[in-house]
Design a protein around this ligand. Structure first.
Ligand code: ZN
Length: 422
């Protein structure tokens, strides 16, 4: 698979050289060897929102301050978007985090998505370590804990040992980590409660709040401030909050019109951005909710069903749920429909914003598609899918290797220039 992907890159490289196309750049930085000539960065005040909601974590590309965090095929990457310097969080680019002295000991890709909060990485260890005695397998040790790695000071500590919960939603507010935890009632049904862990003394406070179940999953935790936690019931189109010191009173902040639910929530300081939509998504509107005034403003009506939305401080970037047919696979003869990946944006500050076309793959890259993306300043950072012609057909799986190998594509919003961060 690995060599396949390399050959694909090589073919692409050849294609681009032959077309004397000058928009392909490959950034291959490492700790001590940055190819400055390849790297360029233009300052822009716009930044990604510092949000920790499940919506933000879902892309597995986390933007925080000057850094983009993601997993590549080997380890956990901290990429400085301004300098192009890519470092590995535990310091070793090929580390599998299975040695006890590794600061990310026990970190695997299988657990819940880690959380970045004030330059600390909070993560959940669920790791089975084979113990060998004199070179012969003896037993398995299960390592389950909730860990914190202070990225600036390079210090690791375990917040709670033997900590394993099947939680689906979690957030940090001030000095507490809040998460849903399932408890079994007398009839054996699972009920979700909100618990907290004090990050200083590791004390757990249980059953702060019974989840409002709109089906099987608890409602989404979308934001937290020093004294409030904000939730969204996507299905019922509700945005509400609880005061952290008193979980007895639910404050309903916003309720969508009848027949509408909410989706794609982003939060910024004293405001929320979200989309209200009817059941078949034939009507979708971008809304702004101001926490100070409790007022909701409709900013924009989308023209067709949405796929992906990403908020920066100044824009909502989005793709429509279009598909384009590019051919058939060489092995199964199935028709390949790629997400069309035309990226648009609307300004969040204009009173009557209009839709602005941002980017589309064309020509040699017409068989590329964006899988998920985040945006900061002049640049889109994306996981992508690519397909290559093989005779009259398309080679199928290679494109998906771009996800496994975690090569990030950086697209310049203004020029369309593409860089690969390898
Ligand atoms: Zn490591």
């Amino acid at each position: 698979m690995k060599s396949n992907w390399k050959s694909v890159l090589w073919i692409l490289f050849l294609c681009f050289s032959l077309c004397s196309c000058d928009t392909l750049h490959i950034i291959t930085p490492s700790n001590d060897d940055v190819d400055i000539q390849e790297f360029s960065y233009r300052e822009n005040d716009d930044m990604w929102l510092q949000t920790q909601s499940s919506y933000a974590k879902a892309s597995k590309l986390v933007g925080y301050g000057d850094y983009l965090y993601y997993k590549d095929s080997k380890s956990f990457v901290k990429y400085n978007v301004k300098t192009g310097i890519k470092t590995y969080i535990c310091g070793d680019p090929v580390c599998s985090h299975t040695a006890k002295d590794c600061p990310l000991y026990g970190y695997t890709d299988f657990g819940a998505v880690p959380l970045f909060y004030e330059n600390k990485l909070y993560y959940f260890v669920d790791y089975d370590e084979g113990i060998y005695v004199n070179g012969i397998f003896d037993h398995v040790e299960y390592v389950n804990n909730f860990s914190c790695y202070d990225i600036l000071n390079q210090k690791h500590h375990v917040i709670l040992d033997d900590f394993f919960v099947n939680f689906v939603e979690y957030i940090i507010s001030g000095n507490c980590f809040y998460y849903y935890h399932p408890y079994q009632d007398d009839e054996g049904n699972y009920i979700y409660y909100l618990n907290s862990i004090n990050l200083t003394n590791s004390v757990i406070t249980e059953k702060l709040l019974l989840a409002d179940l709109d089906g099987k999953q608890p409602n989404n935790i979308v934001a937290a401030s020093n004294d409030q936690i904000y939730f969204a019931s996507y299905m019922y189109g509700e945005l509400y909050s609880y005061n952290i010191s008193d979980f007895s009173t639910k404050t309903l902040l916003y309720e969508a019109p009848d027949g509408y639910n909410i989706a794609h929530i982003g939060c910024q300081d004293e405001s929320f951005y979200f989309v209200i939509q009817n059941s078949d998504c034939s009507d979708q509107k971008l809304c702004y909710y101001n926490l100070n005034t409790n007022e909701t403003t409709i900013l924009y009506s989308f023209t067709s069903p949405l796929s992906h939305v990403y908020y920066t401080q100044s824009y909502a970037y989005f793709t429509y749920n279009e598909k384009k047919t590019i051919g058939t696979t060489s092995d199964t003869q199935e028709t390949i429909n790629l997400p069309a990946s035309k990226i648009y944006r609307v300004s969040l500050s204009d009173t009557i914003p209009s839709e602005e076309f941002v980017f589309e793959f064309t020509d040699n890259m017409s068989m590329f598609s964006i899988n998920s993306f985040v945006v900061s300043g002049n640049y889109i950072y994306a996981y992508y899918i690519s397909w290559v012609p093989s005779g009259d057909e398309l080679t199928s799986s290679d494109g998906y290797n771009s996800i496994d190998d975690r090569i990030i594509m950086r697209i310049d919003v203004e020029t369309g220039e593409i860089y690969y961060i390898k």
